[in-house]
Design a protein around this ligand. Structure first.
Ligand SMILES: [Zn+2]
Length: 353
């Protein structure tokens, strides 16, 4: 049996680098030789207090996967093998992967809203992922990358797609003002997308001074310490009546309240963060002010646009990379570093290092 090295989740605080079986694609799958993989906030959650999305007790219904899981869902690579029925890519293609599973039986496949199909699942969480030499994915997940795009950029397409989908779903228009709460990778990518879409003012709040500095560097016009109680009032003074769009990439009561209080009447909030706890919601206030509060999960029908935008140079996602490490270093220089060091933003694993 041929084996490869992989970073596999066993339990919270127990990720092991070990030899595992090299996967083989079925008729509708594609085998990819992995190049670069980003460490995501959801990987970090699995590491610090998982399992969250990893199916540890009951198998994931779409593929039967459960238990020990190779993490990694933000990645780029080269196609090395395709199943008999695969027509959209061929051996040698450089690709980025949209890791969300689609349930073919779901009514949301016919409507095109495939990210709403249940049960929700991702490569690298409900199937073995890309912190390994090879990964096998469904053919519909694979997107070709232009030759001019780097594999490092390719590994950031997935989180950039979350940010782009959030801005798209907000209905943001040229000249609009935006508040982003939370300046982690998704919040910072949202700043970049808002800028590329034509936002006139971009406000960012976070607890970390380092991250706010990064937000300024990449184009935020104003930053706030998230503990500042006067954010809504200050924003109203600077915009006249509040921001048109609020993107919550922090996902706690304080960010939710700050954001809704900073919105103009008639404005739109998009909840991008995966809230760990319930929040209190003043429905009468939302009705009286005609606020739209919208949730999003993942992305749909947006990878080609995100790839094109990154390739054009107008979405310089590579600016968010703070470190590139080897697979062997993933626990210490990856997960532990992200837990302890707020100046880290996006850490990539170079599988060939
Ligand atoms: Zn992710």
């Amino acid at each position: 049996m041929a084996t490869m090295k992989a970073a596999r989740w066993y339990a919270a605080k127990d990720i092991r680098i070990e030899e595992t079986q090299i996967p083989t694609p079925n008729d509708q799958q594609v085998k990819i030789e992995v190049k670069f993989v980003g460490i995501c906030g959801s990987d970090l959650h699995e590491y610090t207090h998982g399992p969250q999305l990893i199916p540890n007790d009951k198998p994931y219904p779409l593929n039967g996967h459960k238990g020990v899981t190779t993490l990694g869902h933000e990645f780029s690579g080269v196609v090395v093998e395709t199943g008999k029925q695969v027509t959209n890519v061929k051996k040698g293609d450089r690709v980025a992967v949209e890791p969300i599973f689609r349930n073919p039986e779901s009514p949301f496949i016919a409507t095109g809203e495939y990210n709403l199909s249940e049960p929700l699942g991702f490569v690298g969480l409900t199937a073995n992922g890309a912190f390994a030499k090879y990964v096998v994915v469904e053919d519909y997940m694979v997107h070709k990358m232009p030759d001019t795009m780097t594999f490092e950029q390719g590994a950031i397409v997935e989180p950039a797609a979350v940010a782009a989908y959030g801005i798209q779903q907000s209905g943001m228009k040229m000249g609009d003002t935006v508040l982003v709460t939370g300046a982690g990778p998704i919040g910072l990518l949202t700043v970049q997308v808002a800028l590329a879409t034509g936002a006139s003012q971009i406000f960012v709040s976070d607890l970390s001074e380092n991250r706010l500095k990064k937000a300024k560097e990449i184009g935020a016009t104003h930053t706030f310490d998230a503990r500042d109680k006067d954010i809504p009032q200050k924003i109203k003074e600077m915009t006249g009546y509040g921001v048109d769009v609020f993107i919550d990439a922090a996902g706690v009561q304080a960010s939710f309240d700050t954001g809704l209080n900073s919105l103009r009447n008639g404005g739109t909030a998009v909840l991008v963060a995966l809230f760990a706890k319930e929040v209190v919601h003043d429905a009468l206030n939302h009705a009286l002010r005609e606020l739209t509060v919208k949730g999003i999960i993942g992305y749909r029908n947006i990878f080609p646009q995100v790839i094109a935008l990154i390739n054009s140079g107008r979405l310089p996602v590579e600016k968010l990379i703070t470190n590139v490490i080897s697979l062997d270093e993933i626990v210490d220089k990856g997960f532990e570093a992200l837990t302890k060091d707020p100046s880290e933003v996006k850490i990539l694993v170079d599988i060939n290092r």
